[in-house]
Write a protein that binds this ligand. Sequence first.
Ligand SMILES: Cc1cc2nc3c(=O)[nH]c(=O)nc-3n(C[C@H](O)[C@H](O)[C@H](O)COP(=O)(O)OP(=O)(O)OC[C@H]3O[C@@H](n4cnc5c(N)ncnc54)[C@H](O)[C@@H]3O)c2cc1C
Length: 449
Amino acid sequence: MSSSHSSHPSVASFTPPHPTIDSTPSNTWDVLIVGGGPAGLMASIAARTSGATTLLVEKGNRLGRKLEISGGGRCNVTNANSLSEFMENVLGSPRFTLSALHRFSNQDVQIFFEDLGIRLKEEDRGRVFPVSDKAATVVHALVRYAQSLGVQVVLENPVTGIITQNSRVCGVQTRNGPIWAHTVVIATGGCSVPQTGSSGDAYPWVRQLGHQVVDPYPTEVPLTSDTPWIIKKLVQGLSLSDVTVQIRQDGKKILTTERGDLLFTHFGLSGPVALRCSHYISTALRKAVNPSLTAIIDILPDTPEDELQTWLLTEKSTSSRRYLSSLLTQRLPERLVAVILEQTGYNGYQPIVQVSDRAIVSICQACKQLQVHIVGTLPLAKATVTGGGIATQDINPRSMESKHCQGLFFAGEVIDIHAHTGGYNITLAFSTGHLAGQQAALSALDFPH
Ligand SMILES: Cc1cc2nc3c(=O)[nH]c(=O)nc-3n(C[C@H](O)[C@H](O)[C@H](O)COP(=O)(O)OP(=O)(O)OC[C@H]3O[C@@H](n4cnc5c(N)ncnc54)[C@H](O)[C@@H]3O)c2cc1C
């Protein structure tokens, strides 16, 4: 760094409207980070801890806006499961993320926050939240720590491009003029929920520098359907806990089988299990023209089909006068019973003793394989996570540095990495941010000053 820290704006307030940044090339930051989400915040902390003068430039009026709404406002900050289980949940470029995760893992994320005095708790499936149940606790901890280390922050200053010379980064162009730096970390996020600030700004900049960008697509997003009983809203708002959903393409090819809670909506399927299926739907839609996609729902995954049949056949054999629909509602929600009976074409208002064995077989089959035709997903703006982004083949996984432009680093969801919900995405942002910040600092401090 060619100037002392004191010549930079004070970080005492994190909401300066337009702080004065000396934007002459003689005032060059060691590390300049673009974007103040979890990746950018962690990169700034790692860079500053490594001894680099560090400036974080954010276009919004505060840091961590997506983090604030994450986990339903509670922030599922990481996942406590083993690294191998963690990796099973990374869907976009898992091999690429390994180096970063080995250097700063999901366990390190927990230690990091606990060292900052943030108490964490583990919930189902390893999901880790702050004990406060408030995402703001996590955002404030990161911002305060960055501030205490001397990370400088500029808010409300959108970066508009990357300045390079001879394939080496020199700084960034911003709405308020250029800012010079030995190294730059791009941590601008993906482009889902763009009102949080992540709107895909960096893709054209990096394309210009020779990087490939995998077209962004929605993932961890609800599924849309044209199945009549869905769009007629017969089950809108109905939630089923712990069901199995299998996604099949063209009737036979199984794309995935997921288990968890499901919510029927007026447009299709939502809830954790639908979100887990969405990556496979988005991928199939990107690869094939009009693929035929079906979600096959097993409403009673722990009850084998023959056990269900035996139950109804036994009822029948006792000459029971109970109605078929009333028996089925012992095990299934009433609205779903109506759908199953309509689908199979049998009348539920007849005593079980009058129901044919063939009808019993087909009703049991429908309980185990209820079919919903899937036409797509909600759009990217409504997705939890962005699939696609800067191609990992253009980034060195051991440093997060660009293979095309020296001194340019990447972190977080702007890269073509993504995972299931469950604390995995924020962890990927933290671990790639940590590695990028550290390596950018090393590279900058090596730079002839
Ligand atoms: C509703 C919702 C809930 C979620 N819940 C969870 C959860 O509980 N657990 C989990 O692991 N993941 C969750 N995620 C995903 C997770 O929030 C993201 O993966 C993560 O925030 C990505 O971090 P990031 O730092 O890469 O990007 P972001 O958090 O998107 O941050 C990018 C930052 O860059 C800034 N920026 C963009 N362009 C510019 C520019 N031109 N100039 C300057 N600054 C710019 C943006 O304003 C933003 O502050 C959730 C996502 C959503 C939408």
